[in-house]
Design a protein around this ligand. Structure first.
Ligand SMILES: C[S@@+](CC[C@H](N)C(=O)[O-])C[C@H]1O[C@@H](n2cnc3c(N)ncnc32)[C@H](O)[C@@H]1O
Length: 254
């Protein structure tokens, strides 16, 4: 299996990504995060939370504000974690530098595991699910988002446009060929792993989870927090896939 990739520690990539996220008006903010929060338990009060690929720690801080008992944020990137630590002054949030592929935490230690837009960087999805299942208490919830397989199928990840630059259609091909795609995002050769919706769902069912909900968020008038240029394109092809699943088993049993 390929070694974990750490593209967020590349200086140029980090600079581009940081700038994108600082605006607070990316698709993450207006589509993905509202959908993800709609799939969490009704209350986070008292929950022990793990965030895989925590990035700048935005989710960790918001989860504490929503009543979580504590949050552990895990990320492979030292640059992302340095930023997260600088923005966080809460003793109940801890950040650990660790790859999802090498996740080693106490068994049954979390009531909620979240992963926002990180699992499409991980080659071994089944392995990641096994590690999540090991640290999640029975009955606990796992909620994750990934770039939608319609977007990861082709490496170029771009609309086909007319001579005036207007988007004609989003090309999808090689859908059933799962595996790495080398794409350009701020820098060349960013590797994302394409897998089908079937694999995302059936992987969970085969790993001891029951499916709760699946979302492909779209902009909805009156609900989507801010309108940003190009947001309407998210109705023509979904940018994100989100899944919430519960770990089967009797709570408290080992
Ligand atoms: C698109 S960012 C999302 C950050 C954060 N979850 C958010 O939504 O704001 C993806 C994050 O996943 C991290 N990441 C990517 N591959 C990883 C891996 N194999 N193990 C741990 N973290 C990883 C990156 O370093 C980055 O911080």
């Amino acid at each position: 299996m390929a070694a974990p990739q750490n593209v967020y520690d590349d200086r140029d990539f980090f600079a581009g990504y940081e700038q994108l996220r600082r605006t607070g008006t990316g698709l993450n903010d207006v589509l993905e995060q509202p959908a993800l929060w709609s799939m969490l338990p009704a209350s986070l009060k008292g929950l022990r939370v793990l965030d895989l690929g925590c990035g700048f720690g935005d989710f960790a801080r918001r989860a504490m504000y929503a009543g979580a008992r504590n949050v552990v944020g895990v990320d492979i990137s030292e640059r992302m974690l340095a930023d997260a630590r600088a923005q966080t002054c809460d003793a109940h949030i801890t950040y650990r530098r660790m790859a999802i592929e090498e996740l080693a935490l106490e068994p049954n230690a979390f009531d909620l595991v979240v992963s926002s837009l990180a699992l499409h960087y991980v080659a071994d999805y089944a392995g990641a699910l096994a590690r999540v299942a090991a640290v999640l208490t029975a009955g606990g919830r796992f909620v994750f988002s990934v770039e939608h397989p319609m977007c990861t199928a082709l490496p170029q990840q771009a609309w086909v446009r007319d001579a005036d630059g207007r988007p004609l259609h989003w090309p999808v091909d090689d859908y059933r060929t799962e595996g790495p795609r080398r794409t350009r995002w701020f820098i060349d050769d960013v590797v994302k792993y394409h897998r089908t919706v079937e694999t995302y769902v059936n992987g969970l069912l085969a790993s001891g989870f029951s499916l709760r909900s699946l979302r492909e968020p779209e902009p909805v008038a009156g609900e989507t927090p801010v309108q940003i240029p190009g947001l309407d394109l998210a109705r023509r092809r979904p940018p994100f896939l989100l899944i919430a699943a519960d770990r089967l088993g009797v709570p408290g049993a080992i």
